[in-house]
Design a protein around this ligand. Structure first.
Ligand SMILES: Cc1cc2nc3c(=O)[nH]c(=O)nc-3n(C[C@H](O)[C@H](O)[C@H](O)COP(=O)(O)OP(=O)(O)OC[C@H]3O[C@@H](n4cnc5c(N)ncnc54)[C@H](O)[C@@H]3O)c2cc1C
Length: 421
């Protein structure tokens, strides 16, 4: 493998905090609803992180793209100016979708928002030469709805986040990363075209070939280069089922070596690689039965404490193999052949099998469970880091075993990434 491995480490801890206030004023004529109601303003001043709270003056519920154009033009043209922020599903951690004294555009609730499947015409241009199907969606559409709508046509987007109750505009403003990224790249690498309302209030269509600076600025642009009102997302034939496997390691070097090996297979035929490769750190035995684990039976084939050396820290490598009727007879052999190449703790294999949609929507099950216990709507300080391969051993000894070892109950995820994706 010639590309440098990047390990993205997501560290989630649970602590608490609180916030402040502001007041409403003037606004403009739009077809949708421009609200200064306390409940709307309050909602737009909160997010999943629960760590920062900036109140906007008003919240726009757009009825169409034109409302977004109208608002942006007014903000640009007004003498005083005011800030505008798009809010997808408000699952940011640190107030990224808030607009102190400005206007928040509530993107995720457009009435009658749409989803249109199409097929690219083959041509020599770089974006369309990829060929294949796509779906055009409203920027505030949730990924779970994009999935459901595409599945009706036997199709699905190819790159995901672990959790699907996030908006298209929200994840495309970041990157959109999950276990498929080693193979297909993050979600921002799987977009053919965007409609964007710029800071001047112009509605611009952009792609790799057309207004490409705007296209590349908006993708991963943290909401600072315009509002995504439409995204054209690449689709693939949807698999029917997923074989989902977890294996354990007590040695970090062996764990990362196996992760690197698996993602180095990205150029191989589908039968010779996994479709998803992720991993997580277990600093507490309870975790193995906690975060997204209720799908596995038996839940715990080995006594974790009996194999947890190194101060109790274990590493879980997580993989999936997609299949359908045509490949159902070979999936076991393919999984077996790949597992033989890995050096995990013998007898630490957790395996389950489920419909594709249930695998992609797996975190929602944990969400419902946490909500029922009142543990979902709590502050969420999270840290996402890209750690280069050259520093990951040091990171393990300093952070996983040093700072965190047995001292956190939050999930610690490790996404192995190929830098060139
Ligand atoms: C439980 C949970 C699990 C997660 N899992 C993953 C994961 O597996 N992989 C991953 O990559 N991320 C993950 N995330 C992070 C998530 O992708 C980002 O926080 C994302 O921005 C949230 O989307 P949202 O729709 O809630 O965005 P918001 O919080 O509403 O907005 C995020 C940013 O995008 C901007 N924005 C929103 N909509 C638009 C638009 N239409 N046009 C332009 N800018 C816009 C906002 O202004 C803001 O700056 C997770 C978050 C949570 C809470």
């Amino acid at each position: 493998m010639d590309t440098e491995l990047l390990l993205m480490v997501v560290i989630c801890l649970l602590i608490s905090t609180d916030g402040l206030t502001l007041e409403p004023t003037e606004l403009l004529g739009v077809e949708g609803r421009l609200s200064v109601e306390a409940t709307d303003v309050e909602m737009a001043s909160l997010d999943f992180g629960g760590l920062s709270r900036d109140k906007p003056l008003a919240v726009l519920h757009p009825a169409s793209v034109n409302d977004v154009v109208e608002l942006m033009s007014s903000a640009y043209g007004s003498a005083r100016g005011f800030t505008v922020s798009a809010r997808g599903h408000g699952h940011s951690i640190n107030g990224q979708a808030q607009a102190a004294n400005g206007v928040v555009i509530e993107m995720s609730r457009l009435k009658g928002s749409w989803l249109r499947i199409g097929e690219l015409a083959h041509s020599s241009s770089s974006s369309s030469s990829k060929g294949g199907f796509y779906v055009d969606v409203w920027g505030g559409e949730l990924w779970i709805d994009v999935l459901r709508g595409s599945l009706e046509y036997g199709l699905a987007p190819r790159s995901w986040t672990d959790y699907l109750y996030l908006s298209v505009g929200g994840t495309l403003s970041n990157a959109g990363i999950s276990g498929q990224a080693f193979n297909h790249g993050p979600q921002i690498s799987n977009v053919y075209e965007l409609d964007v309302v710029t800071g001047k209030g112009e509605l611009v269509t952009c792609s790799e070939d057309k207004n490409s600076e705007l296209f590349h600025g908006v993708l991963g642009g943290l909401g600072q280069f315009g509002i995504i009102t439409r995204a054209r997302i690449a689709l693939e034939p949807a698999p029917q089922r997923v074989r989902w496997i977890r294996v354990l390691y007590s040695n970090f070097s062996t764990f990362t070596r196996d992760q690197e090996y698996l993602i180095s297979l990205h150029g191989e035929p589908a039968s010779q690689k996994f479709d998803y490769v992720e991993g997580f750190v277990i600093v507490d035995e309870g975790l193995i039965n906690n975060w997204r684990s209720s799908f596995f039976s038996p839940r715990n084939p080995v006594k974790i404490s009996s194999i947890a050396a190194n101060g109790g820290v274990l590493y879980c490598l997580e993989m999936t193999k997609n299949y359908d009727n045509t490949t159902a007879t070979t999936v076991d052999q393919e999984v077996e052949a790949l597992l033989k190449k890995l050096d995990f703790i013998p007898a630490s294999v957790f395996m389950t099998d489920l419909p594709y949609i249930d695998f992609l929507d797996r975190v929602h099950k944990a969400e419902l469970k946490l909500k029922s216990k009142g543990l979902w709507d709590v502050p969420h300080p999270w840290l996402n880091l890209f750690v280069p391969k050259s520093a990951i051993e040091e990171f393990d000894s300093g952070v996983f075993k040093g700072i965190l070892g047995n001292k956190t109950s939050g999930p610690i995820l490790i996404y192995p990434m190929n830098k060139d994706k």
